[in-house]
Design a binder for this molecule. Structure first.
Ligand code: SAJ
Length: 429
């Protein structure tokens, strides 16, 4: 199947780069997004997200007429759905978050209107096991005139597959082409059709399985990282109790050829690792003990960091009788959810900074070199640059290991380093 007209539904962090890569291979791509502003931005050859090298590819694709954005679905040969799958907010503490598939349902219904015999529909959104089958049944309900693989198997009019993205924010353009892809068709022909589509821009291997295994593979990748980070976070608390430098400890243990521990931090942020493991837990609550515990360990790390700051404040004021609590300056270094990006969504650093602003009677200084304005929820703090914070603050709280923070460590005051870049055993670059 040549796939000359491809539609990508959802032009966010995954959909837009994928649309741009397809368009860069001289395919006519129609990007669909419900947000008119996003659509206008892309049609003007610009991008609404920060991702290295993507701006140039999108501009070129729009200028050459290969990429066009719209707000409602149009006919195409293949449809790639890359919309968000958040979880529903939990009303009571202790309840397991449940996935919210409403964006996929809306996307499926909008695609169903323009489907024709021979089309391929791929779900890319990170989803609980069984979502591809659910999506196929939404499509079938909306289009009784077409046949689908869940009933008609290999002879169906429409091919349906699940293919998760695995790209790392900040490296999306490279990883989209280089990473291997797991392709889970609802039938063999569905898998083959989807593999043909990805081969347009993927240089990595396209490995075929069934839809449920592909869904679980994506959740497992992120849950594996979450569990490993939880182990590192648990170690960091134990090491703090025992006066051991956890970063030195991990670097030493990782010298063992079969040990590879990840890094502790102030908690796990972003919209993937902190969310996806819940899709496994909610499907199998009794049997996901380790995955659930890891989520809880990582989610509780920000509170532990705040308790360390409270202790540091007490210590500092105890040592410096002349400093009044209202004169104390606490600096939070970094607000993004991880190093060298400007994305503050679901960032543990933001939730910690917010609590520091609440508990600190003096001024809270916020350092985030990748943003120009602080979010509303942190309006009680003051955005300053790195050197101002180093020279003004009494308490220095390192939350994100941005490259620029590695050049200098504070020379006075209390230091709480949640990323291990200022601890005495780390090198200053
Ligand atoms: N983190 C640590 N310690 C570590 C590594 C990460 O505390 O050793 C924290 C980060 O600071 C951040 C969070 O974890 O707050 C998540 O960061 P990340 O770099 O682990 O992952 P994401 O969310 O940027 O991207 C992940 C990736 N998944 C895996 O590496 C298994 C990416 O490949 C996925 O495509 C992406 O989730 C996704 O979209 O699901």
């Amino acid at each position: 199947m040549p796939y000359n007209n491809i539609s990508v539904i959802g032009l966010g962090y995954i959909g837009l780069p994928t649309a741009a890569m397809l368009a860069s291979k001289a395919k006519k791509v129609i990007g669909v997004d419900v947000n008119q502003k996003t659509v206008d931005t892309i049609n003007a050859g610009n991008i609404h997200i920060v991702e290295p090298d993507l701006d140039v590819i999108v501009k070129e694709a729009v200028l050459q007429g290969y990429l066009r954005a719209v707000t409602t679905s149009e006919p195409a040969d293949a449809f790639l759905i890359a919309v968000p799958t958040p979880f529903k907010s939990v009303k009571k503490k202790g309840l397991i978050p449940q996935p919210d598939l409403s964006y996929i349902e809306a996307a499926a219904k909008s695609v169903a209107r323009v489907l024709k015999k021979g089309d391929l529909v791929i779900l890319e959104s990170t989803s609980p096991v069984g979502t591809t089958e659910q999506m196929a049944s939404w499509l079938a309900d909306a289009r009784p005139d077409l046949t689908f693989p869940q009933i008609n198997g290999e002879s169906s009019d429409i091919r349906v597959a699940y293919c998760p993205e695995r790209v790392l924010p900040g490296h999306v353009v490279r990883e989209l082409t280089e990473n291997d892809r797991v392709i889970g068709g609802m039938t063999h022909k569905c898998s083959a059709a989807a593999a043909d589509l990805y081969k347009i821009f993927v240089n990595g291997k396209c490995i075929v399985t069934n839809a449920r295994t592909a869904e679980m593979a994506k959740l497992t990748e992120n849950a594996s990282r979450d569990v490993n980070i939880a182990f590192a976070n648990e170690l960091s608390i134990i090491c703090d109790n025992l006066s051991i430098d956890v970063w030195e400890l991990i670097s030493l243990t990782n010298l063992h050829p079969r040990v590879n521990i990840l890094q502790p931090g102030p908690g796990v942020g972003g919209h993937c690792i902190a969310v996806d493991p819940w899709f496994i837990v909610s499907a199998s609550p009794e049997d996901s003990k380790l995955i659930k515990k890891s989520r809880e360990i990582n989610d509780s790390k920000p509170d532990w960091v705040v308790s360390k700051v409270k202790l540091a404040i007490k210590r500092y004021l105890g040592r410096n009788n002349s400093v009044k609590p209202q004169d104390l300056k606490v600096a939070c270094y970094g607000l993004a959810f991880k190093a060298d990006i400007n994305d503050l969504r679901e960032s543990p650093a933001v939730s910690i900074a917010k609590k520091i602003i609440e508990i600190n009677r003096g001024q809270t200084l916020l350092v985030e070199p990748n943003i120009l304005e602080i979010p509303k929820e942190l309006s009680g703090g003051k955005l300053v640059n790195f050197s101002e914070a180093l020279s003004l603050a009494d308490i220095h709280l390192l939350l994100v290991d941005h490259y620029s923070f590695k050049s200098q460590r504070p020379s006075f005051g209390e230091i709480i380093d949640t990323r291990g870049i200022w601890n005495s055993n780390s090198d200053i670059v």
